[in-house]
Write a protein that binds this ligand. Sequence first.
Ligand code: PMP
Length: 449
Amino acid sequence: MDNDQLMQRDLGVLWHPCTQMKDHEWLPVVPIRRGQGVWLEDFDGNRYLDAISSWWVNLHGHANPRINAALKDQLDTLEHVLLAGFSHEPAITLAERLVKLAPEGLSRVFYVDNGSSAVEAALKMSYHYWRNSGKPDKHRFITLSNSYHGETLGALAVGDVALYKETYQPLLMEVLTAPSPDCFEREPGASWEEHSRQQFRHMEALLNEHADTVSAVIVEPLVQCAGNMRMYHPVYLELLRDACDRHGVHLIADEIAVGFGRTGTLFACEQAGITPDFMTLSKGLTGGYLPLSLVMTRDGIYEAFYDDYENLTAFLHSHSYTGNPLGCRAALASLDIIEHDGVIERNRTTAQLMAEAAAPLADHPHVGEVRQHGMILAIEMVADKARRTPFPWQQRRGLDVYRHGLANQALLRPLGNVVYWMPPYVIEPEHIAHLGRVTAEGIDLATRG
Ligand code: PMP
């Protein structure tokens, strides 16, 4: 079997995610035979450095021996059991460990099975809490412009990336949208902190006006990942926590993309010293092995659902693969690695190497900004450097970088005009140097003419 044969079979039966399938008339599908560490290898023997951790899920490298061993053991013990009325040790142990590691006060774990579904569960729980507390009018959500929380209808409704959302607008619930603290939009000379503080005034105004009917504010802490890796200062989260408390509104922190060390701390919320009312986790939760997600919340919220059955206050939400034992075992193995190998500490050094490798790009005539939060580094290509005007999306400049990467041993998958690195944590200095070279060449090529 070679790449081409597999591609032909693939195109005969598959419909790929987030893809205009007609592109594959000229853009090859890359069938991957195996993964090892930061590398993916196709059926023709080409290698690709997985600079985006396969959609931000992989933490400790592909085919990680410790996660593999944990899964093989679990496979011979228990592959799955329903979580209603029944339980299993991996789900219990994982919940216990997360409660110890998460921001203080998040003491309950509700398992789900993918990121979007965790967001749906958090939204429903928030509304349902207010309903159980005699405030059924609190049914609206506040979200940030340029945010992303998933593709199912509820999650899509609280997101704001037009490319994914606009088509489905008639199907979506209405939300209130506050302008993002996104620091790419700051005035020249303004610091990230000043800009984030200033943008908060819009959120405060929305809360002032609508708190009576608002259930929760949902945010991606520190980095709006799918929204082109736009970033902001932790002070925004501090101000938001305080305002949500004053206005009696929940705060949902969607740490699906930024959790588990991505931004430099185990959870991004730590950098603001806050505890959200709900925190959603997925992606890196299993080290990138299996679909699993969860919502963490506070005792006070849990208790509002705890009553005699006839009062019908229970959270009757479920998915078949809720808390799958294999996913939980992979997650436990991933946490072992994070805790025992000093991963968060090591990432500090790695993030610094990434910063150094990308620094020269800041002077490129078509780079508007190089920005970073820990293990996420983004390079914004612009048509006009002084005015920071974007290239028209129709030109698909990012696709040129993607194709250059594929031809040069790198999986870079830009978001629009934004090239980014979000690699597995096991990335080594020589890999970072390789990414630096390929990215610089790719940006040169893509922005020519
Ligand atoms: N929230 C955030 C912040 C995300 O980045 C994503 C996925 N990119 C999701 C939710 C949705 O997760 P999933 O793709 O597993 O549904």
